[in-house]
Design a protein around this ligand. Sequence first.
Ligand code: APR
Length: 229
Amino acid sequence: MRQIVILTGAGISAESGLGTFRDVGGLWSRYDWRDLATPEGFARDPGFVLAFYNWRRERVRAARPNPAHEALARLQRDWPGGVTLITQNVDDLHEQAGSTGVVHMHGTHLTALCAACGHRWPAPEVMAAPDPCPACARPATRPDVVWFGETPYHMERIGAALSSADLFVSIGTSGTVYPAAGFAALARKAGARTLELNLEPSENADLFDEARHGPASTIVPGWVAALLG
Ligand code: APR
């Protein structure tokens, strides 16, 4: 039966009240990503970076899934074939909507990471740089989020899913950040059909066999309903 691979980005959580990065008013138009989303920025001013992620975590905790997240959970439950859900997002709205086995390639807000020993634990409400790691006790606490210049998580699993995909669907992402922006080309090379569901054409719109444009909370449930017949 058909294997569906889905990639989501910030656009799927926009209607849940979480900002995107590159839209007008997006996070990277108000903050400099070099200061907040790179290992160098963290080394320069860990307090500033952790304050930013404490604020983001608070907003994620207050957010609720929208009909797009719920539709993907329904697809995963009712589709007779396989559904692999890869997200660039660090929120847990897919899980809150009922999706399972979500592949968080850019990490997640909900866990803390020890930069010294690699230990992970549930992120505290307020994360501070001197917090001792529960495993090695060294003050090396950081968000478990993949920053620019770092290697995304689960790339082997993602490569395997793309190479056996029959359908690749990109939802709510600008297609500007690699390696995620390269997934459509990889899926096509493996013979998959490609579909883009986005508010507007993304940077790599030409890689998609089909595109539907509009808010995710409308076009994603419509697509899932049609697919499940
Ligand atoms: N419905 C559907 N799509 C939307 C909506 C919406 N309501 N609102 C915005 N979009 C689309 C925008 O048109 C844009 O193409 O979502 C996309 C958001 O793009 P970005 O802000 O670049 O977010 P994303 O693609 O997820 O960024 C990728 O960049 O900063 C890094 O690690 C960060 O994971 C992030 C990565």
